[in-house]
Design a protein around this ligand. Structure first.
Ligand SMILES: [Zn+2]
Length: 457
């Protein structure tokens, strides 16, 4: 087996140039999912991927049409008794605007120094290709040591409207021991990273109604409760003096951090001053008793995302507004339930809203947090692979945002995801001059070769 590991790594070294030209091929296809005009390019990218899977000798290679972008599938299940890994990827990319800020054509992949510039280089055609090239290296040197299923979608950048339904209707085809999601990055070139937790989200719109119409503040100020004041009072009451969210029961199911996790958070190569520098705030703010990394990764939040009421034009207008509105969202952590959080917010409003106003709460979105057990054999195999390639212990990170597909796979297939990709923080994803660092990309291929070999029982 170790021979195969060495042989596959050697194959990857020998084929660097060919790998790069394949990479350029897929980067040349402008598969922008947000723009209708690119529908043929979306199709072309799907066909390109299915041809790649075919060349690798995958079975059941198929392009499944959906209401928007097709889903590409292929599998290799030739190793009985070995684990089955479901590799997720997306082949669509963000639009290129503002095009005038690009130094090279977004779909004319260009190598400058150690980087390749093109839309999708980092997010995530490059990451998807890493998994295919690692598999190729193993197939060419004796065969895959485990079972792999590939699932590529073409509408991640528009919120994957058809993916969950597809997964739900193909649970048998997609059955696996765990999923792998390379749609992510490292904390820095020397910091290989495994993301093992993602926060969830609950999003609400709260409206407070007062008088039947706007009132003159001279004639009525002092006798009616101003809905803007009332909304501000309600929002102010949603946190206590220590920065904790003040909804009844909000923390009841929040999973506490283990000592090991505290230590991992402390190891992350980002600290308080980095947050201050990145945000431009005079000082950080938040729940007391936790570091900035812990607050963004492992603690829940409640934030106002928008506020609207009354007169916001130039100059002054003495008005008592008829209504006020706030957009509120919570970032959730394991094991909070978005539906339960909704009830907690309702209870808070029932208990605290004054009787002289009326309020309405609308739930706009909700998805739970996801977390992978760090003792999961997939996580272990990846950690070992990263350590082999980079020579340092990988960093375990909990991400503040969410990747919906990870939650979907947990919910619909009952599997955890190993989240590990090789983008860098300065890759300009979703922005002009997107790039991927090529030495890091080749390291990524080596890491996935090691990962697949490590999984062999
Ligand atoms: Zn992506």
């Amino acid at each position: 087996m170790n021979d195969q590991r060495e042989n596959a790594l050697q194959y990857a070294r020998n084929n660097k140039e060919i790998f790069l030209s394949t990479y350029k091929e897929i980067l040349s296809i402008p598969s922008i999912s947000t723009e209708k005009a690119h529908k043929p390019d979306i199709q072309r990218a799907a066909e390109w991927l299915s041809a790649q899977l075919g060349t690798l000798g995958m079975q059941k290679v198929q392009i499944f049409p959906t209401a928007l972008s097709p889903i590409v599938y292929g599998e290799s299940l030739g190793v009985p008794g070995a684990p089955t890994v479901l590799v997720y990827g997306h082949y669509d990319v963000q639009p290129v605007d503002p095009i005038e800020l690009w130094k090279t054509g977004p779909f004319e992949p260009t190598v400058i120094g150690e980087d390749i510039f093109a839309r999708g280089a980092s997010d995530m055609k490059g990451q998807a290709l890493i998994t295919l090239k690692a598999a190729e290296a193993l197939i060419q040197t004796g065969g895959l040591p485990i079972n792999i299923k590939w699932l590529f979608e073409g509408e991640e950048e528009v919120g994957s409207p058809n993916l969950a339904a597809f997964i739900a209707s193909h649970t048998e085809m997609l059955a696996c021991d765990f999923a792998v999601n390379p749609d992510s990055g490292m904390m820095g070139r020397e910091f290989p990273t495994i993301t093992y937790g993602l926060r969830g989200l609950a999003y609400f719109e709260l409206r407070v109604f007062g008088p039947a119409h706007d009132l003159h503040s001279g004639m009525f100020g002092g006798v009616v409760h101003n809905p803007a004041n009332a909304l501000a009072e309600l929002i102010a009451g949603m946190h206590d003096a220590t920065g904790r969210v003040n909804l009844p029961g909000f923390y009841n199911t929040v999973r506490a951090l283990s000592q090991e996790e505290h230590e991992e958070f402390a190891r992350l190569p980002v600290n308080e001053s980095d947050y201050i520098e990145q945000t431009g705030v005079p000082a950080l703010h938040g729940e007391t008793g936790f570091t900035a990394n812990e607050l963004t990764g492992a603690r829940p939040t409640l934030d106002v995302n928008g506020l609207f009421s009354g007169f916001i034009g130039e100059g002054s207008k003495t008005v008592i507004p008829a209504w006020a509105m706030a957009k509120l969202s919570m970032r959730l952590v394991p094991d909070q339930d978005p539906q339960k959080v909704h009830k907690e917010l309702l209870r808070y409003l029932e208990q605290n809203a004054p009787k002289d106003i009326r309020w309405e709460l609308k739930a706009l979105a909700g998805n739970p947090a996801s977390i992978s057990d760090r003792k999961n054999p997939g996580v272990q195999a990846m950690a070992k692979a990263l350590e082999t390639v980079w020579g340092v212990q990988p960093y375990f990170k909990r991400e503040g945002g969410s990747i919906p597909v990870v939650g979907d796979m947990q919910r619909l297939l009952g599997v955890e995801s190993v989240i590990c990709g090789f983008g860098l923080p300065d890759d300009n994803v979703h922005a002009p001059n997107e790039k991927q660092n090529l030495p890091t990309w080749y390291h990524g291929i080596d890491a996935y070769i090691n990962f697949f070999v490590n999984l062999k029982p």
